[in-house]
Design a binder for this molecule. Sequence first.
Ligand code: SF4
Ligand code: SF4
Length: 352
Amino acid sequence: MKIREITLGSTGIRTPQNGFGALPIQRDDADTAVQILRRAYGGGMIFFDTARAYSDSEEKIGLALADVRNQIFLATKSRARNPRDLRQDLETSLQKLRTDYVDVFQFHQAEQCYAPGDGTDMYEEMEKLKAEGKICHIGITTHKIGVAEEIVASDLYETLQYPFSYLAAERDLDLVAACREHNMGFIAMKGLAGGLINDSHAAFAFMNQPQFDHVIPIWGVQRMRELEEWLAFMENPAEMDESVRQVIGQDKEELSGDFCRGCGYCMPCPQGITINQCARIGLMVRRAPSEDWLSEHWQREMEKVRTCIHCNSCSFQCPYDLDTPALLQRNLRDYEAILAGQKSVEDHLTLH
Ligand code: SF4
Ligand code: SF4
């Protein structure tokens, strides 16, 4: 069975429900990124999401895909907070992407739902860019559920980009359903919950449900082997069944309550603490290959948690209302216990 195609709300964009999130290719060298992007296109992906803020991600996309520009959809975004910078960002994006239009142009990480007449002129500038043919559709991304709900209710946007995975809370599910009712495309970022979900089969099967036929997940891809996992679903899409339900049920149980999604919106920290990893390292050690997280580098990073001055700037900025300093201390204790456990196992192995 082939993967299904979805329509991204009122944009009319038709795409296999398997999008490419181009944030991680920043960390690849240019040759590797180009190979990955070409393979993604060759394997059937046609929806690519990037951002002005993702350093050279746009440039790599331009390098890899300029010759197939009309066969693909490009979504990018700007963190500009005034109309002049918004226009300038788009011009830069167009140049880097080697194109004269983007399919979806999004306000990046919006703190508010820009609307005509709100005094910012931001929405008006988007409309001008659209009238000039430089962008086809107006989109917006946010991490704040209240802002996201306001955006949907406004009916001003054709797409909303928001974190969405099978760990979604009831309110998030309602948001996705509301988008569908408003004929709005939903671009799902963090479909693996920032690395906490390690089962791509279950993650894909969750999206591949009838009620999400307006949702395009943009899987973040840095390595060819990750890409191949997603491409395998093109011919053989994972579906929701009893075994997937069990995986999701177990993960929800393990990850219920307050946990850090790793988004990094609380950073930078004045003490240089890598909050978006340190506040969830206990989970990562258990769920991702632990040697990486137990390395000297991460031991040093966790040491920094002790220097926290409890200024609370992180918890103030956390879109999930987490008590971040407390979470960091909890993870530090957890981490120390894991390290101590590991040492005792190593001692045991040495003795025998
Ligand atoms: S409370 Fe601690 S971790 Fe959070 S920003 Fe302040 S110093 Fe950094
Ligand atoms: S503490 Fe909150 S803002 Fe910071 S990385 Fe975690 S989820 Fe994101």
